[in-house]
Design a protein around this ligand. Structure first.
Ligand code: SF4
Length: 444
């Protein structure tokens, strides 16, 4: 459980020497409790204080890092609800391949996973992992497909088998890929822990019930291996949801470390709608890796969009740089539009301008990442601020046509804006960006 500032203060030297940059030890303790400073900023901590505070400052859900170059990060979560602070590491999406599938099918899926990308509000999203499952087939075939997947897709793997020997062989075949072995049972934990440690992989742990799961993670941690991921054995999506919530609550609210690990879930692939609902539940409620049964771009794009929304930091509005953006090939006579720097607003307006086939200049003043109406209500998208930005951004050197198209939502700004921008005519544009194409047709 997180320590309070007072509890932390009792462990500090209390000399108020200021070397940490805070005026007093109490001020430092309060900042440490709020996770605004690093423990190492105080050079005078006793060994006991370092141990206690170091353990307390670890996230209640351990961070496990997978992939060469630490490509995929899991866990490290500190809150139950996104709006309390933020969720940290997005649910990794993996695509499953059965190792006994036909060779051409395996190759095609690997190529699809490797090449897939989704552009949204200026970000490029890709699939995170590939899962190789051994339900049938030999250990050698399993290891060979694992190797092929690592070489072709360059993504960390989830290696899934109930055969500890096969998992050990596959672990050796992709040594250095920093993948995940799934899964060790209480009976196979020791041998698979050795394989994971020897080849630099993480280990998923599963057990028929939570008591045995807890006993297994405790034993592995006591033996010095802590790169663990939980795989719950449940009988329904509802039970999985409840177990995810239970584990996360125990880890966050009660500091219960044996369940403070990322969570792995395989979708069963029997029904696409059930899979979609389960994947949504994983993304919204604490899933760390969600393995999809196959490559389905419609499902993947919907899940990635949801994931982006859930894992965006609610305290930091997503925004684009204030600027004058050329869309298409605008010239001195092209239309000039203005909008705010909230990313979603910018990309919707820019997308509609591009779709219309009209080249234009899009003027985006600083609005602290707010949408049009919010920025207007907050006084961040006012006649004065727009006019000031238009004068300073160099737009008047780029265009001869002195017409500024403002969003229809803030039509009331037009009179004052014309007063602030002598020589410019302010035109009220459509309320919705989707109507820009017809607006351009009507206004030339
Ligand atoms: S450096 Fe340490 S002892 Fe000095 S004021 Fe900061 S917390 Fe206190």
């Amino acid at each position: 459980m997180a320590m309070t500032g007072l509890q932390i203060h009792k462990l500090l030297p209390r000399t108020n020497c200021k070397e940490c940059g805070s005026n007093t030890c109490m001020a430092f303790a309060m900042k440490l409790a709020a996770k605004k400073v690093e423990l190492s900023a105080c050079p005078y901590l006793s060994e006991e204080a370092q141990q206690v505070l170091g353990a307390a400052s670890e996230p209640p859900v351990r961070e496990v890092v997978l992939g060469a170059g630490n490509a995929v990060r899991l866990g490290a979560e500190t809150v139950l609800y996104r709006h309390e602070k933020t969720f940290v590491n997005p649910t990794a999406l993996a695509v499953n391949i059965n190792c006994d599938a036909p060779g051409e099918e395996i190759e095609a899926t690997l190529a699809s996973v490797r090449d897939y990308r989704l552009e949204r509000v200026g970000e490029t999203m890709r699939l995170d992992m590939v899962a190789i499952s051994q339900h049938r087939g030999t250990a050698a075939a399993f290891a060979a497909v694992a190797r092929q997947a690592w070489e072709n897709a360059h993504k960390p793997l989830v290696l899934r088998s109930t055969d500890a020997e096969a998992l050990t062989a596959a672990a050796a075949a992709v040594s250095g890929s920093r993948s995940l072995l799934a899964a060790a049972t209480p009976e196979t934990a020791e041998v698979l822990c050795q394989a994971a440690a020897e080849h630099g992989h993480a280990l998923a742990v599963t057990a028929p019930d939570l008591d045995r799961l807890v006993a297994t993670t405790q034993k592995l941690k006591a033996d010095g291996f802590d790169d663990l991921v939980l795989q719950f054995q449940v009988h329904s999506p509802a039970e999985h949801y409840q177990t995810n919530v239970l584990a996360r609550r125990l880890a966050l609210q009660h500091g219960f470390k044996p369940l403070g690990y990322p969570v792995l879930r395989f979708l069963n692939g029997e029904d696409v709608l059930d899979d979609a609902v389960t994947a949504v539940t994983e993304i919204t409620k604490y899933g760390s890796i969600c393995v999809l049964p196959g490559f389905d771009p419609a499902l993947i794009s919907a899940l990635m969009t949801l994931r982006m929304n859930i894992y965006t930091d609610p305290q930091k509005p997503i925004q684009v740089e204030p600027n004058v953006y050329p869309l298409g090939n605008p010239d001195a006579e092209s239309p000039v539009l203005v909008t705010t720097n909230f990313s979603l607003t910018y990309f919707i307006v820019a997308g509609e301008i591009e779709n219309s086939g009209t080249s234009a200049w899009l003027v985006v003043p600083e609005c602290e990442g707010m949408s049009v109406l919010t920025a207007w209500a907050a006084g961040k998208f006012s006649a004065e601020s727009i006019a000031g930005f238009v004068r300073e951004c160099g737009l008047e050197d780029k265009v001869d046509r002195r017409e500024l198209i403002i969003p229809g939502m803030v039509a009331q700004l037009s009179g004052e804006l014309e007063e602030q921008l002598p020589g410019w005519q302010v035109i009220v544009g459509p309320q919705e960006a989707a109507d820009l194409e017809s607006f351009f047709s009507a206004h030339g």
